[in-house]
Design a protein around this ligand. Structure first.
Ligand code: GDP
Length: 295
């Protein structure tokens, strides 16, 4: 992840630091290379355009070029703007809420069910919380079985959902059942489809209206690059998500989804999936990711 982008940017930075003086042409040339590197990393073209515009304005203004170390200053501006793209400060969940109701959303195959169990384990390990897991994909019996199995392996209570039920009823009843069982987190694993469709969106909106979740996390597969970003944009428009979980960050994705999703949706990446195991979930730290990209 980010490796080829890092290589490319390292080359650009070396060149720009090498100049004792910079003029507008050098800066424009460097920015052209940064732009190409970002596009090759599959960053959304609108994001790339806005990004290079911001860097250009800052680099050509404020007497950067007349300073003693113009190259360093331009590199610093790129660092700051990449960090801003990735989201600035790390953000997680609102732990003041008890019970904390988290709605997991996303397309089929994105890693939603796996992430539901990972998040439950993370909450138990790091925050001593007691999660209640709720399968709400009534269209795929395998999805319900999968979450029941993961819950039993990790020793979490799970709602006895069945395919005959209405998903909105399941979620409403599950919130009550969780309270009865003394659980202080409810994680709703909602239905996914291969593509966005209207009935699914209506169902998710109905669940949101019925249980008022504190968090609506959109789970996206980092390997799908710009598709993940487009779908995140649609989910956010319909559901006003509170954050993103990017899965499969252990793969060789080029980094485009990570660098675009915050700018496109305005919502932070909160967690990243780093593997298939239940313990492979981490808080997303924009500063660490920026360091990895920029060396
Ligand atoms: P869902 O259809 O969205 O519920 O997706 P699943 O949770 O069933 O995950 C789909 C596949 O992706 C499974 O094989 C998971 O093991 C795998 N997966 C999920 N998250 C990650 C991750 O962070 N890294 C890797 N390598 N695989 C993952």
């Amino acid at each position: 992840m980010f490796e080829s982008l890092q290589d490319r940017l390292e080359g650009v930075f070396k060149k720009i630091r090498g100049h004792a003086r910079l003029d507008e042409t050098n800066v424009q040339e460097a920015l052209r290379e940064v732009r190409l590197a970002l596009l090759e990393a599959d960053v959304n073209f609108k994001v790339v355009k806005a990004f290079t515009e911001r860097v250009r304005e800052r680099a050509l203004g404020q007497d950067v070029l007349k300073s003693l170390t113009p190259g360093q200053m331009v590199v610093k501006i790129v660092h700051e703007e990449v960090l801003a793209l990735l989201g600035g400060e790390a953000q997680t969940l609102d732990f003041r809420q008890k019970p904390l109701i988290v709605m997991m959303t996303g397309l089929q195959g994105s890693g939603k069910t796996t992430t539901t169990s990972k998040l439950a384990l993370w909450l138990r390990r790091h925050h001593k919380r007691k999660p209640y897991l709720v399968p709400a994909d009534v269209y795929r019996p395998a999805a319900i079985d999968q979450l029941h199995k993961l819950a039993s392996q990790l020793d979490f209570p799970a709602h006895p959902s069945t395919t005959g039920q209405n998903p909105v009823d399941i979620c409403r009843e599950a919130v009550e059942e969780a309270a009865r069982q003394g659980c202080d987190v409810v994680i709703l694993d909602t239905a996914g489809r291969l593509h966005i469709d209207e009935p699914l969106m209506e169902e998710l909106k109905a669940i949101k209206a019925a249980v008022n979740p504190h968090e609506i996390l959109f789970v996206a597969d980092a390997m799908t690059g710009q598709d993940a970003v487009t779908v995140a944009g649609s989910f956010n428009e319909r559901l006003d998500i509170t954050g993103v979980v990017l899965t499969k960050m252990d793969g060789d994705a080029r980094g485009g989804a990570a660098l675009s999703i915050k700018e496109v949706t305005g919502k932070p990446i909160k967690f990243v999936g780093m593997g298939e195991k239940a313990s492979d979930l981490e808080i997303f730290h924009p500063d660490r990711a920026a360091s990895r990209i920029l060396g």
